[in-house]
Design a protein around this ligand. Structure first.
Ligand SMILES: Cc1ncc(COP(=O)(O)O)c(C=O)c1O
Length: 425
């Protein structure tokens, strides 16, 4: 298609720059990805409702073939939960498919209002605000907040997610990046600013590629000492930690010390969307000033109904959380015993270090093609170069037998690729 627009073709280039060849520029950009081993291939699968983590894979020419999914962020399989499915089916029949508008113009249904109340309650805040994704909630909120605070400086953990980085960049404010979870460095940077400068500390609770956790109370201590606002991304924790699924901030009894809690509705809650929870004043500002909230069609009420069912269920039930923690502990133990280089994760994330993008992709390809194991390689820019890995997310539905099969497959592939196993732990 681009050929019709290229300078080489000449038809769309009457001004005549023989040096601008669009096809070539795009081909070279794609070529760089191939050369670095980080060209992305989306694996074509269909989940089997009610049988997760079993799915069918249409990848390659022999499909569909049965596979086990090991890298889903539907962490608790709530996307398959009967209550969620029923709520979505009912909503579809009762109110139809789409929301029909922005929240301000026709797209505010009673379901949206109810879900916001439920999420505010989950985090012990006055209010909550829905967005179309976790990415949008971070981008829209951070960019708007910092614009509202004159001269604001944002202190950002170096491993913050791309959506937070985008929000900070889009705010146009000054940014100071502190070393990951490094309180001394954070304090040094805070202390260097004028006392009268508005400050915001932005960080995550569970860092999803390493599976480690932020020292929330210690960060809040610094925020209080230096009069900074706190913004936490709990995307990889909501639904999964705390007695009601309020995240690490609930588990650590720190939610009241955080000014803005952000989460997703697409991972442990199993559907789609994002949100923030905060005091009414902050919510009022974001809903009134953030273009990423204002100028977009609101979430479909069908999605909202599904999330509502998931949030209510996980507030009352710890069964899925407990089963997930048990599955993660068991898989880590089995990998360690087999000498596989499982990284030090203190959470439900089970990362296996490979350290090379081409190898990580090759291992993932072999696992899928020969063992029916689906685990995506994680490459730069999602993780730093040289730390490429496989990231497993065992959940309540992964059985001990599935784990044993997985570990056997991994050991065989490690061996075939001449990669060293550790001394069995
Ligand atoms: C830490 C973090 N924040 C935000 C997001 C974006 O959430 P969503 O997938 O709902 O857009 C992600 C997505 O993976 C994430 O890892």
């Amino acid at each position: 298609m681009w050929a019709a627009y290229s300078a080489a073709d000449g038809r769309r280039n009457p001004a005549g720059s023989p040096h601008v060849n669009y096809d070539q520029i795009f081909d070279e950009a794609i070529g760089r990805l191939h050369a670095e081993g980080r060209y992305r291939v989306f694996i074509d699968i269909m989940r089997n409702k009610g049988a997760f983590p079993n799915a069918r894979c249409f990848h390659g020419h022999n499909g569909p073939k049965p596979i086990t999914v090991w890298c889903s962020n539907d962490y608790l399989a709530m996307g398959q939960h009967p209550k969620v499915i029923e709520a979505m089916e009912n909503a579809l029949h009762d109110v139809g498919a789409g929301s029909g508008g922005t929240r301000n113009i026709g797209g505010n249904t009673h379901l949206h209002v109810e879900l916001e109340h439920e999420l505010a309650d989950l985090h012990g805040k006055d209010g909550a605000l829905l967005f179309t994704s976790g990415y949008v909630s971070n981008d829209a909120t951070l960019s708007t907040l910092a614009k509202l605070l004159p001269g604001c400086v944002i202190f950002s953990d170096e491993l913050n997610h791309a959506s937070m980085i985008a929000g900070i960049r889009n705010s146009g404010c000054e940014k100071r990046v502190f070393r990951h979870n490094d309180l001394e460095h954070l304090e040094e940077l805070l202390a260097a600013e004028d006392v009268d400068t508005p400050k915001l500390i932005a960080f995550e609770s569970v860092y999803s590629m390493d599976g480690d956790v932020a020292p929330i109370h210690a960060i809040c201590d610094l925020a209080e000492k230096y009069n900074a606002l706190t913004y936490i991304d709990e995307v990889h924790a909501v639904g999964m930690y705390g007695a009601h699924g309020g995240g690490i901030s609930e588990r650590d009894e720190a939610a009241h010390r955080i000014d803005i809690i952000e989460g997703t509705l697409g991972k442990a809650f199993g559907v789609m969307g994002g949100y923030i929870a905060a005091d009414t004043r902050v919510i009022d500002c974001i809903r009134s000033y953030a273009p990423g909230f204002i100028f977009t069609t609101s979430l479909s009420p069908v999605l909202v109904a599904g999330v509502l069912a998931a949030v209510k269920h996980l507030k009352a039930s710890s069964e899925e959380r407990d089963a997930q923690q048990a599955a993660a502990a068991s898989l880590k133990e089995k990998m360690r015993t087999a000498g596989l280089p499982v990284m030090d994760s203190t959470t439900h994330i089970v990362p296996l270090m490979v350290g090379d993008p081409v190898r990580a992709k090759k291992i993932s390809d072999i696992l899928l093609a020969e063992y029916g194991v689906y685990v995506q390689p994680i490459n730069f820019p999602t993780v730093p170069r040289g730390t490429e890995r496989l990231r497993f997310t065992p959940g309540p539905a992964h059985t001990g037998e599935m784990m044993d099969d997985l570990v056997t497959a991994l050991v065989e592939v490690w061996d075939r690729m001449d990669m060293e196993l550790r001394e069995a732990a």
